[in-house]
Design a binder for this molecule. Structure first.
Ligand code: GAP
Length: 441
C-alpha cells in the first residue's frame, strides 16, 4: 500500500492556490468555511473530470440519457424521499467551549475532546439548506436546496422514459450542484457544503437488480483506473447493514487512499423501487412503468452510481502528485491522465527571436482552432518552462528551435518519460489528438 505523507494535503492546497487551480472562496473577506473557487486551471480540470464521466456514462452508451433538473424543487419531494425526516446527523455541543461535534465521530460521549467539558445530549440536525420562495418568509414558502441530484431524476422518470421511448434497463444521468449543511466539512474540497455530484439512476426489471449492481460496481471502479488512478490506491468497500441509507438494500463505496486515510469517492447503491413508489404515493401520480410486451405495470429497481466531482478531482490531484530529484534538482510533476490535464500542450519557442516566436504562435493558433487547450510561453529558460508545465500536469510540450525554421520540424517532449523527438510542424495537432485518444484505450 502506498503511504502518503500527511503533509501532502497542505502541499497540494498550496500548489492549487499558487498555480490557479483552487482558491478559498471570499478570500479577501477572510474566507467562507468549506467553500472553494476553481481558478483557470481548476475549472479546466474539473470540467475534464465531468466530461470524462459524461462521455463514459452517456455519450458512449446506447441506453443512458441525460437530464438537467432544477436545484429548487417542490418541498413535498423531500418528504417523499425521506430527507426531511431521515437526512440528519447526530450532534453534540460542548457546554464549556461551545464547540459542536458529530456524535458518531467521537470516541467517547463522556467529555469534550477539546476542553474536556460536559457534552449535551445528542440532537438530530437536518442537513438540508432551507430558504424561502417569493417575498413572504413563512412555512408555506419554505423550499430546500437539493441535497442530491437523484430526486430530480426520479420525479422526471416518466417524462424521460416516455419522451425518449426507453425500456428498462435504461439510465438517466445528471451532473449538478448539491448542498448539505455538513457539520464537519473539511479536508479541502473533500467534504464541503456546496459540491457537485455526478449521478446516474439505472432502472432495471426487479429480478435483474443484482446483476446490474455488480456490473456498475465494477464499471465505476474501472473508470478511475482508466483515468490514471493507481490500482493500489483504490478499493471497493461493502456497506455494513447499519451503514445503509434508508432507501438502500445494498451499497458499495469506491474508496481512495487520501493522505487522511481511505475515504469514499463514490457509492453504488441498490435503491430498489423505494423512490419511484414513494413519489407515486406522495404525488398521487403513479410512476410505474408500463411494459408493452407483458401489458403489465411495474416499478423498476434502481442501481445508482453516485460520485462527487470535487472529491474525484481531489483524488486525481493527489494521485498524480509526484516529486523527482532533490535540492536544486527537485521537480514537481502532476502525472494527470492526458484527458484530464487542464492544458494539453505548451508551445515554446526556444528563444524569443529569429522567427521562432512567429512559428510557435502559428502552431499555438492551430492547436486552439482544433480545440486542444494549449498555452504559449516564451519567458525564461526552456528548462524552467518545462518545469512549470510539469507542475500543472501538461502532458506535451512543443518546442520550436533553429532547426524548425530550416526543416519545418519541432520537438515533442513527453511529460512522464521526458522523451523528446522531432515531428513535422504540420502534424502537431493530429499527433496530439491521436496520443490523447490512445491514452484512453
Ligand atoms: N444520491 C445518493 C447520494 O447522494 P451520497 O453518498 O450521499 O449518495 C454521493 O453522495 C457522492 O456525492 C459521494 O460519494 C461524494 O462523492 C459526493 N458528496 C457527498 N457529500 C459531499 C460533500 N459534503 N462534499 C463533497 N462531496 C460530497
Amino acid at each position: 500500500m502506498a503511504v502518503k505523507s500527511p503533509n501532502l494535503m497542505s502541499t497540494i492546497v498550496n500548489l492549487c492556490k499558487r498555480r490557479g487551480f483552487i482558491f478559498q472562496s471570499s478570500e479577501i473577506y477572510g474566507g467562507l468555511n468549506s467553500c472553494w473557487d476553481y481558478g483557470p486551471l481548476g475549472v479546466e480540470l474539473k470540467r475534464n473530470v465531468k466530461e470524462s464521466w459524461w462521455r463514459s456514462m452517456v455519450t458512449h452508451r446506447r441506453n443512458i440519457v441525460g437530464l438537467d433538473s432544477s436545484i429548487l424543487m417542490h418541498p413535498k419531494i423531500w418528504e417523499a424521499s425521506g430527507h426531511l425526516s431521515g437526512f440528519s446527523d447526530p450532534l453534540v455541543d460542548c457546554k464549556k467551549c461551545k464547540e459542536r461535534f458529530r456524535a458518531d465521530h467521537l470516541e467517547s460521549l463522556e467529555k469534550c475532546p477539546k476542553c474536556s467539558g460536559e457534552l449535551t445530549d445528542i440532537r438530530k440536525f437536518n442537513l438540508m439548506f432551507k430558504t424561502f420562495m417569493g417575498p413572504v418568509e413563512d412555512n408555506t414558502s419554505t423550499v430546500y436546496l437539493r441535497p442530491e441530484t437523484a430526486q430530480g431524476i426520479f420525479v422526471n422518470f416518466l417524462n424521460v422514459q416516455q419522451s425518449a421511448r426507453l425500456k428498462p434497463p435504461f439510465g438517466i444521468a445528471q451532473i449538478g450542484k448539491s448542498f448539505r449543511n455538513e457539520i464537519t466539512p473539511g479536508n479541502f474540497i473533500y467534504r464541503t457544503r456546496e459540491f457537485e455530484q455526478m449521478e446516474m439512476e439505472f432502472f432495471v426489471p426487479p429480478e435483474e437488480d443484482q446483476k446490474w449492481y455488480e456490473y456498475w460496481s465494477q464499471a465505476r471502479f474501472q473508470w478511475y483506473i482508466d483515468h490514471g488512478i493507481k490500482r493500489e490506491n483504490l478499493r471497493l468497500r461493502d456497506h455494513e447493514s447499519d451503514e445503509l441509507a434508508h432507501y438502500a438494500k445494498a451499497c458499495v463505496d469506491v474508496e481512495f487512499l487520501f493522505p487522511f486515510g481511505w475515504s469514499e469517492l463514490e457509492g453504488i447503491a441498490n435503491r430498489t423501487d423505494y423512490d419511484l413508489k414513494q413519489h407515486s404515493e406522495f404525488s398521487g401520480k403513479s410512476l410505474a412503468y408500463f411494459d408493452e410486451e407483458s401489458k403489465q405495470h411495474y416499478f423498476p429497481y434502481v442501481i445508482e452510481p453516485a460520485a462527487g466531482a470535487d472529491r474525484t478531482t481531489l483524488a486525481f490531484l493527489v494521485d498524480a502528485y509526484d516529486v523527482e530529484g532533490e535540492g536544486k534538482n527537485k521537480r514537481t510533476i502532476l502525472r494527470l491522465h492526458p484527458s484530464l490535464s487542464p492544458i494539453k500542450a505548451a508551445v515554446l519557442p526556444l528563444v524569443k527571436r529569429d522567427g521562432m516566436p512567429e512559428m510557435a504562435e502559428k502552431i499555438y493558433d492551430e492547436l486552439l482552432d482544433d480545440s486542444i487547450k494549449s498555452f504559449y510561453d516564451h519567458s525564461s529558460s526552456i528548462g524552467r518552462r518545462y518545469a512549470r508545465q510539469d507542475e500543472i500536469g501538461t502532458p506535451y510540450c512543443i518546442t520550436v528551435d533553429s532547426q524548425s525554421l530550416e526543416d519545418q520540424t519541432v520537438t515533442l517532449r513527453e511529460r512522464d518519460s521526458r522523451e523528446q523527438y522531432r515531428i513535422a510542424a504540420s502534424s502537431v495537432s493530429e499527433i496530439l489528438k491521436q496520443k490523447m485518444k490512445d491514452a484512453l484505450k
